[in-house]
Design a protein around this ligand. Structure first.
Ligand code: ARG
Length: 463
């Protein structure tokens, strides 16, 4: 295997050592970032006179050619992508010139630069996908803003809400994820390039110049820190885990709600699968896989956290293991966001069934207690009286909506008959106009806020 080192070694490494150390396959994920980092470095070497301007130009042209021709020209029987690109560069511009590229640089600052660029680029894309999902949630939220459904706590029917209100709760989750990505981008956006192996270099490099060319805000102040830090990858993996947890919760709802017992939604053929034995089955496999793969995305964070916990400063090869979890988590969240998008977009919401389920489950009992409290009665006492109404109904085989002025007077004479107006789910929802509630006026405000943050570039801090 061709290597970038070996001069001091009398014997060659064994096949197993070479195979065990190889990262080329996974490195190919960031071959473009590696080239872009090298172009900035080469240009800086030329500008500062560390190499001649002609040499710098030859290096940049060669690197751009590699970028154009794509990764299929890279050798795969090498240790890593840095080696593969340097060898390809040698084939294009000759080994004499290619050999100058690594002046004042180490693979340690190179890999740190590549990974920061990669995380930055990937999270810009992730933000786009988050926006798209939010766009769909906002659209569905508006469409179903008046469609009643039971709202749950403890997985028991609690108070009626609307499907639009429920979907908008997921909109705001993704606003937070977008904001998390924004904060991550701000932290990642500093350049390790020029830190060399751990302690800088005696060459008169210009780190501001390379940082600027690569779009970073500036160089990381300490070379040892710059080459040792992987906390931004932990931040990235944590965000991936949080996104996946919410996707898993949406998936769980779709799984539950598409079952006969709920019957709230029918998932489209395009996102469901059949059974090899039971012809009638329509399984929500994609939702289940998202729920299942969330385990791996969560553990990818802990895999790297455990890798990092006892590492002394200075580059350690252990950190090569930061990339498989990173690539894995990013791929999984990207696919999962798109799948959730597809499932929601193509879902056939059973709004009648949802509305039926808001009937007869005593879920407007709170509204009755609220009404009594507005007449001046302490809420505790109102709660007690409504508890008596509920019991009275159950004893008579009635639901709240069945109550007549007569039956109410018999069960709880202290409740005026006008309170019966408060017992429908529609009335209950329409009256809950406190900010953030499902009532029409409150939802107008919520949609206004949501549209504003959605239409703003980036993810403004509303929550
Ligand atoms: N494959 C290595 C990594 O991912 C690249 C840096 C190698 N540096 C070294 N000194 N061996 O971390």
């Amino acid at each position: 295997m061709q290597k970038l080192w070996g001069g001091a070694f009398a014997e060659s490494t064994s096949d197993l050592v070479e195979r065990f150390g190889q990262s080329i396959e996974t490195d190919l994920n960031f071959w473009q970032e590696d080239i872009i980092g090298s172009v900035a470095h080469a240009r800086m070497l030329g500008e500062t006179g560390i190499i001649s301007k002609e040499e710098a130009k030859a290096l940049i042209d060669g690197l751009e050619k590699i970028h154009e021709e794509g990764p299929s020209y890279l050798k795969l029987d090498v240790e890593d992508v840095h080696t593969a690109i340097e060898f390809r560069l040698g084939e294009i511009v000759g080994p004499e010139i290619a050999g100058k590229l690594h002046t004042a640089r180490s693979r340690n600052d190179q890999i740190a630069t590549d990974t920061r660029l990669y995380v930055f680029n990937q999270f810009i894309r992730t933000q786009d996908e988050i926006k798209k999902l939010q766009g769909l949630l906002l659209e569905l939220g508006r469409k179903y803003r008046a469609d009643l459904m039971p709202g749950y706590t403890h997985q028991q029917r609690a108070q009626p809400i609307t499907l639009g209100f429920h979907l908008m709760a997921h909109f705001w989750e993704f606003q937070r994820h977008g904001l998390r990505c924004e904060r991550l981008l701000g932290g990642v956006n500093f350049s390790p390039l020029g830190s060399a192996a751990l302690a800088g270099t005696s060459f008169p490099i210009d780190r501001e110049m390379t940082a600027k060319e690569l779009g970073f805000l500036g160089p990381i102040p300490n070379a040892l820190d710059a080459t040792s830090d992987r906390s931004y990858i932990l931040d990235a993996l944590h965000i991936c885990a949080l996104i996946m947890i919410d996707l898993s919760r949406i998936s769980q709802e779709l799984i539950l709600w598409s079952g006969k017992e709920f019957g709230f939604v029918k998932l489209a053929d395009s996102v469901t699968t059949g059974s090899s034995i039971m012809p009638q089955k329509r399984n929500p496999d994609m939702a289940e896989l998202i729920r299942g793969r969330t385990a791996r995305v969560i553990s990818n964070w802990s895999t790297l956290a455990v890798t990092m916990k006892a590492l002394p400063l200075g580059y350690n090869r252990d950190t090569q293991e930061d990339k498989p979890p990173l690539f894995d988590s990013l791929r999984k969240i990207r696919d999962s966001i798109q799948l959730v998008h597809q499932m929601l977009e193509s879902a056939n919401w059973q709004t009648e069934r949802m509305a039926e389920c808001t009937y007869g489950d005593f879920s407007t009992a709170t509204d009755l207690a609220d009404f009594l409290a507005t007449t001046g009665m302490p809420f505790r006492q109102a709660h007690e009286i409504v508890g008596k109404v509920v019991r009275g109904c159950l004893e008579r085989g009635l639901v709240l909506e069945d109550l007549t002025p007569e039956s109410l007077a018999e069960i709880a004479p202290e409740v005026p008959a006008v309170a019966l107006d408060r017992l429908s789910a529609r009335e209950s929802v329409d009256r809950r106009n406190s900010q953030g509630g499902p009532g029409r006026r409150a939802m107008d405000k919520q949609f206004e806020d949501a549209a504003r943050v959605y239409e703003t570039v980036g993810f403004p801090k509303l929550i």
